[in-house]
Design a protein around this ligand. Structure first.
Ligand code: ZN
Length: 144
């Protein structure tokens, strides 16, 4: 068995091939040598969004904005969820005020909204601020 998966680096956005069995062994990026998993969400802009969408890891994106109170209160909950969900699931954040085209592309009408992608396809979405345990439970219920 030598299956490998594509993991996108959160620092330099290079695509890395990681043997599936080594994903949990704190692999680092072949280009920039930074850890591929740091247990925290990656902030994505339109320049890098599609790169991460092409990775093999399921991607949970928190669409938020700086003026949104519930978004701010959810931020530490979402960050804590990343610690629990990595390395099986990648968590990312998109600032819909700075990246309005991304919000429009995915039809984000209220924030915060989380969208779960896998293989470039949207599998599920959920609106409203959630606690860490609910974010984790939701993501795991979609990615069985
Ligand atoms: Zn890198």
């Amino acid at each position: 068995m030598n299956e490998s998966i594509h993991v996108v680096c959160t620092h330099c956005h290079a695509m890395n091939r990681v043997p599936e069995l080594r994903v949990g062994d704190a692999p680092s990026c072949g280009r920039c040598q930074q850890p591929l998993f740091q247990g925290q969400p990656v902030a994505l802009d339109s320049a890098h969004f599609d790169k991460h969408l092409k990775g093999d890891l399921p991607l949970v994106v928190d669409f938020w904005a700086p003026w949104c109170g519930p978004c701010k209160s959810m931020a530490p909950q979402f960050a804590a969820a990343a610690q629990q969900l990595e390395p099986q699931i990648r968590l990312a954040k998109v600032d819909t005020e700075a990246e309005q085209a991304l919000g429009a592309r995915f039809g984000i009408r209220s924030i915060p909204t989380m969208v779960l992608f896998r293989g470039g396809q949207e599998l599920a979405r959920k609106s409203g601020a959630l606690a860490t345990r609910d974010i984790v439970a939701w993501a795991r219920s979609v990615i069985k």
